[in-house]
Structures are given as C-alpha cells and as structure tokens.
Design a protein around this ligand. Structure first.
Ligand code: PEP
Ligand code: CO
Length: 447
C-alpha cells in the first residue's frame, strides 16, 4: 500500500478535526490503546468480509442497527440485551421474508464519535465546542464537559470491551427462547390505525415463523444448539482517527493492517472527501468498510472512492450505504446505481432510510417520520429493481427500549417528549423497529 501507514492520515485535511489541547496526554493515551489487546480479531473481520461478499452476490441480507450516539453511561446490561433482542427479532422476520440468511451488524461497542455540522454550539450567548460523542467530550453544556479529553478514548475502549464481552456471552447461547414470537411483544398488531390487510400479513408472518422454528427444532438436538448460537458483528463510524489508528495493526500470518476496534467501520457522509484524512486511513485497512452516500454525491465521486478504497476489487470489502431521504431517493439513486453497475464494481448496496429523513417539529424537536423511513426503503427497492441491482441490506438507528423519538408507527407528535433519550439523532423504538422489519419482509416477499 503505497505511502500508507496507520498514521498517514495525519497529513490530510480533516473537516471534523477535534483539537486536543494537551498533545502529551493525547500521545500517552494513544500509546496505551496501541498496546491493549484488540477489541475484535482479524479472523472475525475476515468472516464478516466473506459474508458481505456473499451478500454482494445476493445470497445474504445485511441488517445494521443501533444507537445514533452510543454512550458509555448506556453500557448497561438491560440496554445491551434489549438492543440485541430487537436486532435478533428483526433478523428472523427478515430471514423469513427474504428466504436468505441475515448478517447482523450492530452500531455498538464503539459508536461513540459523532460528526457535527458546526464545531461549536451557542446557548444563551455562550459558545462552547459541540458535543462530538463520548469518545471526544461530554454532552453537558459546561466548558469542562465540552473540552475534548483524550482520556475519554480509554474509557471508550473499556466500555466497548465490556459491551463486546457481554454480546459474545449472549451470542453463545443465552438467547434460546427469543427465537419464538410467542415471547415477543407484538402489541403493535392491535393498533387501531393498522389496515386489516397489513395486520393479516403480520399475523401470517408470525405463524410462519413459529412453524419454521418448531420444524427446525423438531429436526433434532444438533440443529437446536446451532439455532441458539446467534452471531453479531460490531460496527461504528470511524470518525476519531486517533482511536482507530491506535488499534490498527498487523497480525501473524495475514497480510496488511486491520483496524481491530471493530469489525466494520464506516466513513460518514461528512468525511468521505477523496483527499481527506478518513479516506486516507480507510484505504489502508483490511476490514470490510461502509461508505455513506447522501444526495449530493456524484457518480464520478463514487467511482473514485471505489478506485481508492478497493483498487483490487476485493470481494466483501465495500458496503455502499445510501441515505438520500424519501424526497430525493427517486431522483438521486438511478444514475448512481447504473454507473456503479456499468463499471462492474462489486459492492453491497444498503439503504439507510434514517439520515435523509430528519425533520424538526414546530416545537423544535428533532424527529423522523415512520412513513418517510418506510417510503425511502420502498423507493430504494424500486430503484434497484429498475436497475437490476440488489438492495442487500438496511441500516437503522434504533433501540430495544420504549423511547419516543420518531413519530408514526404508534407514536404521535405530542408523545415525543415522554421518552426522548437520544443524544444525537432520533431512533426507532422497539415496536417501530419490529414493525419496520415486518413491512420490509412483506416487500421482500413481493420481490
Ligand atoms: C450516522 O450514521 O449517525 C451519521 C452521522 O450518518 P451520515 O454520515 O450518513 O450523516
Ligand atoms: Co445518526
């Protein structure tokens, strides 16, 4: 990899740079994180890459989801369990809908760094650094909290390790009962505004799922224990390159460098500049990587990103995550899909229907509408159908808890203040996320 090192990004522009005011403290922390054990392993990373490669061929579907801004204070057993549960339930519904295996990727164990539209925030005439996520600073609006503190990277590493430790234990078998819809809260089926045909399709899906699981279990012991082992991969936005590069290393008997903070880091919409620090860092790591693409991206830019980030056309390397917004998807997607298809580039197309659909209510609350989210998924399916490409995954901001952050799917605008907990973007709650999976499964069946 010519001219690349884990720190070659330092000579490139970074529009989301967060300035630490104590270079010595920063160096100390980075050195410590460099010698701590990796959070994930290269063979897990390669395993995910092989799954992404299969998804690129239409043989798997990818479900990615979790908090917008994960916080270290939310590193609590119940929150982690609920998040895994909702991802697991959604994945089972999607397996049934698409009749193919689903790769589960969480936005967790490191989703602690947030890009911001402005480096500072003004409240009551006071200007302080914006909150860039728990990996950089603290949300409280005080000079001490908002000061970027390198020690928070160590805390982020530790909380990511604790989260992964629990996720791994749960994956190894603590989940058995969860396969069964009879243990799920499906009260959204009873919502008064649900059209009868939709309710019936939900009920039919649940019946099929129950039957399928009973059948699998009836096949015998081996299959049951296989079923109770549920695999999850971790992902986060690779925004804080001090943190990412500190855990980027070579491993015995493999070529190249792995970013071992997570299985699949992604580059955000605000940091995908071709000549920027993030693209420089990402071009040198061996992980599968996500790239967010908003409505302003041009097909030429995408091709250049692919040339830079995957010059050898390695299978499983690139996940393109489109986040156009329901209003723009129909215009923005066709040319993009067509150009990438014609160039013969191997990518996995994933739809993030959250980030192009953020709105502010008249009372100033940031929210997203369930209908707009669904609409973007439908339009993205349509665009892929028309182009002959495969929509191979979805990307959600969600939580397994009963928050009220997005409207629709049972939450009214006046409910938003009841349980609005996100520190950044609004997430689907448990019922909204599960219902979304039922609706996607419906569309998959129609495909
Ligand atoms: C995000 O996924 O939380 C995010 C900031 O997305 P984007 O870069 O697509 O705006
Ligand atoms: Co977000």
């Amino acid at each position: 990899m010519q001219g690349w090192s884990p720190t070659s990004w330092k000579s490139k522009p970074n529009t989301q740079e967060v300035a630490y005011d104590e270079p010595r403290a920063l160096e100390r922390v980075v050195a410590r994180i460099s010698e701590l054990p990796p959070l994930v392993t290269s063979w897990e990373v390669e395993r995910l890459k092989s799954f992404v490669a299969e998804a690129q061929l239409g043989k798997r579907f990818l479900l990615q989801g979790g908090d917008c801004a994960e916080t270290t204070s939310d590193c609590r057993s119940e929150i982690i369990v609920n998040r895994l549960k909702i991802l697991l339930k959604m994945s089972l519904v999607l397996i049934l809908g698409g009749r193919k295996p689903v790769v589960r990727v969480g936005r967790f164990a490191g989703q602690y760094a947030k890009p911001r539209s402005s480096p500072t925030e003004v409240r009551g005439g006071v200007e302080l650094p914006s909150y860039f996520g728990d990996l950089f600073n603290r949300p409280e609006f005080t000079p001490e909290s908002r000061r970027p503190d390198p020690e928070l990277m160590l805390s982020g590493y530790q909380h990511a390790a604790m989260t992964l430790n629990f996720v791994r234990s749960l994956s190894a078998g603590g989940f058995a009962d969860l396969h069964h819809p009879e243990y799920w809260d499906l009260s959204f089926f009873e919502r008064a505004d649900l059209p009868a045909a939709v309710r019936e399709s939900y009920q039919a899906t649940t019946r099929q799922l129950t039957d399928a699981l009973r059948f699998m279990e009836a096949l015998g012991e081996g299959t049951v224990s296989e079923l109770s082992r549920v695999e999850f991969f971790a992902s986060h936005e690779g925004l804080n390159l001090h943190y990412e590069s500190a855990q980027t290393r070579t491993v015995p008997r493999r070529e190249g460098y792995y970013d071992l903070t997570t299985h699949m880091p992604w580059i955000g919409e605000r940091t995908r500049a071709l000549d920027g620090a993030h693209v420089e860092f990402f071009r040198g790591i061996r992980n599968p990587i996500g790239i967010k693409l908003g409505p302003k991206v041009t097909p030429v830019e995408v091709l250049r990103l692919l040339d830079t980030l995957n010059p050898t056309e390695e299978p499983g390397r690139i996940v393109l995550i489109t986040r156009m917004g329901a209003a723009k998807a129909a215009d923005a997607l066709p040319l993009l899909l067509e150009v990438v298809r014609r160039a013969g580039r191997r990518v996995l197309w994933v739809c993030d229907p959250m980030h192009g659909n953020t709105i502010t209510t008249s009372s100033g609350i940031k929210t997203r509408n369930f209908e707009a989210i669904l609409k973007e998924i439908e339009l993205t399916y349509d665009a892929h159908d028309a182009c002959g490409t495969y929509m191979g995954g979805v990307h959600f901001e969600l939580t397994g808890d009963d928050v009220t952050e997005c409207v629709g799917g049972g939450v009214r605008e006046e409910d938003l203040s009841r349980a609005y907990a996100t520190l950044c973007d609004p997430r689907l709650n448990h019922a909204q996320a599960l219902e979304m999976a039922y609706l996607i499964a419906r569309r998959m069946r129609a495909e």
